[in-house]
Design a protein around this ligand. Structure first.
Ligand SMILES: O=C(O)CCC(=O)C(=O)O
Ligand SMILES: [Fe+2]
Length: 333
C-alpha cells in the first residue's frame, strides 16, 4: 500500500505486512452468520423496559421510528462519502482554533502501535454554531448537511436519555445539561484482500455517554457477548445506540458499556458516522446520587470528564490539541 497516495491506494491484492494485526487482535471465525441479535427497538412505543434490558444485557440496541428523517441520514452519509472520496484532502487537519478537525489516514499508527484498515475524520460539534465554520468546507455542502444531521441526532439522544432516566428512576432532565458535547467520528473502511489479517477498529468501549451510529447498509460491526463476537445486522433506516463508559459510571454499573470492533470485508466497503454524545469537558462524572445508598455504594470514583480524556488519551496523539481546542471554543461561547 502506498502511504502517500489517496484512498485508491487501498486497491491492493494483498495485505501489506505493516497492516497485519498482531495475533492477539486478529479476527477469527469470520464465517459465522450475521446475527441480528442485538435488540431492535421501536421508539414510537416509549419502550422503557426494552431499552433498559438491552442496555444491561448487550450495551447495544438498534432503533427504528427514531425521528431522524431518512433524508437527513442519507444526506449525511452521501456528503461523507464525497469527503472520503476526494483525492486531495488536507491531511494535516491538526486540531487548532481555526480548524478543529482531524483527518487520519489508515497509515497512522494507533495507540497500540497497529495500523487500522480505515480512514477516519473526527471533529467536535459543541457548541454547534461555533463549530460549524471550523469543519471541513469541502464538499461545499459539508457544513450545512452535517449540522442538520447533528441537530437531529441531538434530539434523538435527548429522547433516549429521557427514557433511560425514567427507567433508572432519575430526574427526567438529568442529562440535559451534561450531554451536549457531541463529537463526530466518521469512518471509511475499504474492501480488504484478507479480512482475517486486519481490523477496521480494535476492540474498545466508547468514552461517551451514548453513541449513535449510522452504518448505512453495511455490516462489519461486532459486539462482544458472553465472550463471543456477534455480528450486527443491517436494518434499513435504523440507528445503532450503544452505552458508553460514562453512562455506565453514572448508572453505577446498572447499564453496560460493551466492547465492540469493526471487521473488514473482502468485497464491500463500510462507511459509518458515529456521534459520540459526551459529557461536557468540565462535567464531574460520578454515579448518580439517586442510585447509590448503603446497600448499593458507589462503584466508581468521581472525576472531571476532561481529566479522564487526557489520562486515557481518548483521542490518541491528538488528545492534547483536541482538549485545548474544545475548551477554547467552549469558553468563547
Ligand atoms: O464505525 C463503526 O462501525 C464503529 C465506530 C465506533 O465504534 C466508534 O466510533 O466508537
Ligand atoms: Fe465505538
Amino acid at each position: 500500500m502506498k502511504e502517500d497516495k489517496d484512498l485508491r491506494s487501498f486497491e491492493v491484492g494483498f495485505v501489506p505486512e505493516n497492516y497485519i494485526i498482531s495475533k492477539k487482535y486478529r479476527p477469527e471465525n469470520l464465517d459465522i452468520p450475521v446475527s441480528d441479535s442485538i435488540p431492535l427497538i421501536d421508539l414510537q412505543n416509549t419502550p422503557l423496559e426494552e431499552i433498559l434490558k438491552a442496555s444491561q444485557d448487550f450495551g447495544f440496541f438498534q432503533v427504528i421510528n427514531h425521528g431522524v428523517p431518512e433524508k437527513t441520514m442519507n444526506d449525511a452519509m452521501n456528503v461523507m462519502e464525497e469527503f472520503f472520496d476526494m483525492p486531495c484532502k488536507d491531511e494535516s487537519g491538526i486540531v487548532s482554533n481555526s480548524k478543529n478537525w482531524v483527518y487520519e489516514k489508515s497509515s497512522n499508527l494507533t495507540k497500540e502501535g497497529v495500523r487500522l484498515w480505515r480512514d477516519n475524520l473526527k471533529h467536535p460539534c459543541y457548541p454547534l454554531q461555533k463549530c460549524i465554520p471550523l469543519w471541513p468546507n469541502k464538499p461545499p455542502t459539508y457544513q450545512k448537511v452535517i449540522a442538520a444531521y447533528i441537530v437531529e441526532v441531538h434530539k434523538l439522544s435527548l429522547k433516549i436519555f429521557e427514557m433511560i432516566c425514567k427507567g433508572l428512576g432519575l430526574d427526567p432532565g438529568y442529562f440535559n445539561d451534561i450531554s451536549e458535547a457531541q463529537f463526530l467520528v466518521a469512518n471509511f473502511y475499504p474492501p480488504c484482500p484478507d479480512p482475517s489479517l486486519t481490523l477496521g477498529l480494535l476492540p474498545h468501549r466508547d468514552p461517551s455517554l451514548i453513541t449513535v451510529l449510522n452504518q448505512g447498509n453495511s455490516t462489519g460491526l461486532q459486539v462482544l457477548k458472553n465472550g463471543e463476537w456477534i455480528n450486527v445486522g443491517v436494518v434499513p433506516n435504523a440507528l445503532i445506540i450503544n452505552i458508553g463508559n460514562q453512562l455506565e459510571i453514572i448508572s453505577n454499573g446498572k447499564l453496560k458499556s460493551v466492547e465492540h470492533r469493526v471487521v473488514t470485508k473482502k468485497h464491500e466497503a463500510r462507511r459509518t458516522i458515529a456521534t459520540h454524545v459526551n459529557p461536557s469537558p468540565d462535567c464531574i462524572v460520578e454515579p448518580a446520587k439517586a442510585l447509590v445508598n448503603e446497600l448499593e455504594p458507589p462503584r466508581y470514583k468521581s472525576f472531571r470528564y476532561i481529566d479522564f480524556v487526557e489520562r486515557n488519551k481518548v483521542f490518541g496523539d491528538y488528545t492534547k490539541e483536541y482538549t485545548n481546542a474544545f475548551q477554547n471554543v467552549a469558553r468563547s461561547s
